[in-house]
Design a protein around this ligand. Structure first.
Ligand code: FMN
Length: 358
């Protein structure tokens, strides 16, 4: 794997922060597929962290989850510093500040993507977080917002923020449009432009950049690694969002492909059963009252592209709605029995030819 001479950091593949997806359950599920990929929390706001009566549950992470990044939402240096400090105590490996979310809720709170219009404030937030913690502080941003979308604007943002000492950035390579688009539209309508990220990388050769946005999506060939590899070969970290949720099986050989270490090698049967065991233990230890449908969510796309996928999803949904099943492990055993008759190869083998191509 080639990389620019001045960058020696190992490639970093990461699963993007996604609200209502990358919770503690999803992260532990992903760990059964890959040991090395960096995992992220959902965005957690400073007020959630500083006001919760259940801090343990709010910042729950398990030793197996590492490396794991906590993403914070907020715009007040003091509150962010306090929240970052609690996150460090709870064992996270990195603190990230969200400067990319365009939702109305986030805009009302004046954080997320609209912070790209206030680089000096982001600098101050980062400086205070860095003062409060030993672990790295990083920023996730867009290419810009609204008509503040020139390369020069982006470079200026990075330049000002980096004067806080932050030198690692995740760039979702499209701008955010702050009015008139839903968050979902804001992840599809503004055009992807990887060139700006490549230019940043040239301009700031000592910084680490992670590129994000439609890498390994359908257009680029889901289930194939060309687009990921291309970015890694440029010395960029690669962050993958929706594909990680829609096609988690893609991650089964990330460790051998990008980190040169053996893969977990678990088949889908083992993943389902071990994940369910984790869920039952987590509920008991954390006191969380998540229902079985929430527990089933990370498993929903495990047979994507495989024969029997629709049947699997329907059966998993039906089983997890059954109020008489006490433990999620019982749901897991039943779905495994069903898939044993529907598609035993996909259930029991680690490496099989992909049956579907998009
Ligand atoms: C359901 C969902 C929730 C998201 N929540 C967050 C979030 O909490 N913080 C954040 O920085 N980005 C969030 N994102 C954006 C992703 O992190 C990522 O930047 C975006 O999906 C583009 O990457 P992709 O094309 O690989 O999906 C979310 C995306 C989705 C689909």
């Amino acid at each position: 794997m080639t990389s620019p001479d001045n960058i020696t950091m190992e490639p970093v593949i990461s699963v993007a922060p996604m609200i209502d997806i990358t919770n503690v359950l999803f992260r532990n599920f992903m760990r059964l597929l890959t040991r090395k990929t960096t995992l992220w929390t959902e965005m957690i706001t400073t007020s959630e962290i500083l006001n919760t009566p259940h801090l343990d549950r709010c910042l729950w992470n398990d030793p197996k989850e590492h490396p794991v990044v906590v993403q914070l939402g907020g715009n007040d240096p003091t509150l962010l510093g306090a929240a970052a400090s609690l996150c460090e105590l709870k064992g996270f490996d990195q603190i990230n500040l969200n400067c990319g979310c365009p939702s109305n809720r986030v805009q009302d709170g004046k954080f997320g993507a609209c912070l790209m219009l206030e680089p000096e404030l982001v600098r101050d937030c980062c400086a205070e977080m860095k003062r409060r913690v030993q672990i790295p502080v990083t920023v996730k941003c867009r290419l810009g917002v609204d008509d503040h979308d020139s390369y020069e604007n982006l470079e200026n943002f990075i330049s000002i923020v980096s004067s806080s000492g932050v030198n690692e950035f995740v760039v979702h390579a499209r701008k955010a449009i702050l009015s008139g688009l839903t968050p979902t539209q804001n992840r599809t309508i503004p055009k992807i432009n990887y060139e700006f990220v490549y230019r940043l990388q040239e301009r700031f050769p000592d910084f680490k950049f992670h590129i994000n946005g439609e890498i390994a999506t359908e257009k680029q060939g889901i289930g194939r690694h060309e687009s990921i590899r291309q970015q890694v070969e440029r010395g960029l970290g690669v962050m993958i969002g929706r594909v990680a949720y829609n096609y988690p099986w893609l991650f089964r050989n990330m460790d051998s492909m990008y980190y040169g270490v053996p893969d977990q090698g678990l088949n889908r049967r083992e993943i389902i059963l071990q994940y369910a065991e984790y869920c039952d233990r987590y509920l008991e230890e954390s006191g969380s009252e998540w229902n079985k449908m929430v527990l089933a969510k990370p498993l929903m796309n495990l047979f994507y592209l495989e024969r029997g996928n629709t049947r699997y999803r329907n059966e998993l949904d039906r089983l997890s709605r059954n109020k008489e099943t006490a433990h999620f492990s019982a749901v897991a055993e039943q779905i495994v029995d069903i898939m044993e008759t529907v598609n035993p190869e996909a259930l029991n083998q680690f490496d099989i030819e992909e049956t579907g191509k998009i």
